[in-house]
Design a protein around this ligand. Structure first.
Ligand code: BES
Ligand code: ZN
Length: 608
């Protein structure tokens, strides 16, 4: 069940870890943590099992990643023998990477026990205050390099670990982890086991008052009791999605798949924590129109969690494949028209972004040396990555590409791989076998050059084109809004309708609002688009809504672009600063950092 990577690199591979897995590698983590809501702190021990690598110099210490952790004591021991206090040291702190923890290793010791506690600088953790009918709660976000702020380990996606955990909570809440649940005799103690080896960014914990609804044979949803039924309705197709994915790429290997709906502060649409996907409540639109995010996170069970990017420069292997599979699942569940609409909207956003992105950030295999791993998280790995796969599909045919991807997942299952390993595998198992088709695709340029370099597939959606025509006709004042038949429009059509508008006069905004009530919109995607337009047009009637949205939702994809739009408006900077001051308490550290960056330098090229 557990696969060791075939070969270990002799050198440090990952610029975003200070650890030394090429010498001594962490293989298993055992956590024993207490959740202290009063002090907003986790404290306890992490017991690491380690393995010396071939050629490791005698006397080499173990080096771990930590960031803003307080380390109390460290012991080492040979399994089953007595532990010995170790004379650990903390190395120099790097602002992005954190502080290496250096543990001298007595010959033969294969276990390290670390007593530690988290601090207010634990960027992975978001402590939520109590609210009406809600006790205090907590969730973690590990990707990309935040796990080191709550667990001392080698925080590189090239290092795969299994883990087990015991989490003690106050009464009235439950703990959930991205792992199997284990029985416990104490109602305040929760026990977990992750028997499959995973990269550390996939370790996750949530503590709160979560109710559960079963969805299917191996699926269910956890959410605040007040929304758990609507969540269960929204995500009812989870089981069907797994079946569709299995048909394409082979068995789901993780056993269960549950979905956890977090508070609106959660900084992402979804996060693919294994066995337990974390999602934003803004997916609950009431019409299942945003479940592509669910399909996306499920797809990561193959691309990302099973076959993982070895470094953050290979992030496109995670997200490009996942974005591609997401559309394939949408197609399987909802038909080709809906899949095309989503593909087309993605391509449109990418093309828009490419115009303002520096060339070096347009490359799939991006160089992130000296930069935050998060800087690579743009639409490029997602949309250009999936566009590349669609181009391959078009060249070799869908059937052959499906077989290839299925084999690729099997071959590298439970391993972390680099772009070079992917390229070699692609060459051997697809391109060489299909030389004529291969000659049509400049694979090297797709992966290593900026831009789209070469003709890419056009994705046409006749439905979206029809909507665009309607928008143009209205914009040219050739037809009133009431003449447009919007009865059958889905979220995608509304998004295209709004996105195809130029910056409008205030009275034209008012006309749209009076007819379609955008300011009262509850679908977060449509509302977001409307608020962007409202800032651009200085449309005052939407400002209260803007303020409440910024003050209650923490999803980075919505919130960062809204602040950016604000900074572009005349006198907008002061307003953006003021709104940020009022709202930042709601935000997770990753969002706070993105907003701070853009407020400090609004004219810098942006990545989202
Ligand atoms: N793994 C990502 C989220 C992520 C990326 C977290 C990089 C931290 C660093 C997740 O799978 C994702 O891509 N979420 C998207 C949704 C998707 C449909 C594009 C999101 O949150 O919007
Ligand atoms: Zn993703």
């Amino acid at each position: 069940m557990q696969h060791e990577p075939l070969e270990q690199p002799a050198q440090r591979l990952d610029h975003h870890s200070l650890g030394n897995p090429h010498q001594i590698r962490v293989t298993h983590v055992k956590l024993n943590l207490v959740v202290d809501f009063d002090n907003e702190q986790l404290h306890g021990t992490a017991t690491l099992r380690v393995k010396r690598q071939l050629g490791c110099p005698a006397g080499a210490p173990l080096i771990l990643d930590t960031k803003n952790l307080t380390i109390q004591s460290v012991w080492t021991r040979r399994k089953y023998s007595r532990k010995r206090l170790a004379n650990f040291t903390l190395g120099q702190t790097d602002a992005i990477l954190g502080t290496p923890l250096v543990v001298p290793m007595v010959e033969g010791s294969d276990e390290v026990i670390i007593a530690y506690q988290t601090t207010a600088g634990a960027d992975a953790l978001q402590w939520m205050p109590a609210a009406e009918n809600k006790p205090k709660s907590l969730f973690t976000q590990g990707e990309a390099i935040l796990t080191r702020t709550w667990v001392p380990l080698q925080d590189s996606p090239s290092v795969r670990i299994t883990y087990e955990a015991q989490v003690t909570t106050p009464s009235g809440v439950i703990a959930l982890m991205s792992a199997q649940h284990r029985p416990s005799s104490n109602k305040n103690v929760f026990r977990f086991k992750m028997p499959y080896c995973i990269p550390p960014y996939l370790m996750s914990l949530a503590v709160g008052n979560f109710a559960f609804r079963k969805l299917g044979r191996r699926t269910g949803v956890y959410a605040d009791p007040s929304i758990v039924d609507s969540a269960a309705w929204e995500f009812a197709q989870a089981e069907e999605m797994i079946e569709a994915a299995e048909k394409l790429y082979g068995p789901y290997r993780w056993g269960r798949w549950d979905i956890l709906v977090l508070p609106a502060s959660f900084p992402f649409g979804g996060m693919e924590n294994p066995l337990l996907t974390f999602v934003t409540p803004t997916l609950i639109a009431g019409d299942r129109s945003l479940v592509n995010v669910i399909a996306h996170e499920l797809a990561h069970s193959w691309s990302g969690n099973l076959v993982t990017n070895a470094t953050w420069s290979d992030f496109w292997l995670n997200e490009g494949f996942t974005r591609y599979v997401e559309d394939r699942l949408q197609e399987a569940l909802f038909g080709v028209e809906r899949a095309h609409m989503e593909t087309a909207l993605g391509v449109e956003s990418l093309l828009e972004l490419m115009q303002r992105l520096p060339a070096s950030d347009q490359i799939l295999h991006i160089n992130l040396e000296g930069r935050d791993a998060d800087d690579g998280c743009t639409l490029v790995p997602y949309e250009k990555g999936s566009m590349f796969l669609r181009t391959l599909e078009n060249a070799v045919g869908r059937k052959k590409l499906d077989i290839f991807i299925h084999q690729y997942f099997d071959h590298f299952a439970f391993q972390s791989i680099t772009t070079a390993q992917f390229e070699e595998y692609l060459q051997e198992h697809l391109l060489k076998l299909n030389p004529q088709a291969a000659a049509q695709v400049n694979v090297h340029a797709w992966i290593h050059d900026p831009g789209l370099g070469q003709p890419h597939l056009e994705v046409k959606s006749s439905q979206l084109e029809a909507v665009e025509t309607e928008a143009k006709i209205w914009d040219n004042r050739e037809k009133p809004l009431t003449a447009i038949n919007t009865q059958q429009w889905s979220t995608h059509e509304w998004l295209r309708f709004l996105r195809s508008m130029p910056t409008l006069q205030q009275e034209r905004m008012a006309e749209l609002d009076a007819t379609f009530h955008f300011t009262e919109q509850t679908n977060a995607e449509i509302l977001f688009q409307w608020l962007v337009m409202s800032v651009r047009s200085d449309y005052e009637p939407a400002f209260d809504r803007l303020k409440s949205f910024l003050g209650s939702v923490g999803r980075r994809k919505f919130i960062a672009p809204l602040y950016r739009e604000l900074t572009k408006a005349p006198n907008g900077m002061a307003r953006a600063q003021e709104l940020f001051k009022q709202s930042r308490g709601v935000y997770h550290s990753t969002l706070i950092q993105s907003v701070q960056k853009l407020l400090a330098n609004p004219s810098a090229p942006t990545t989202d």
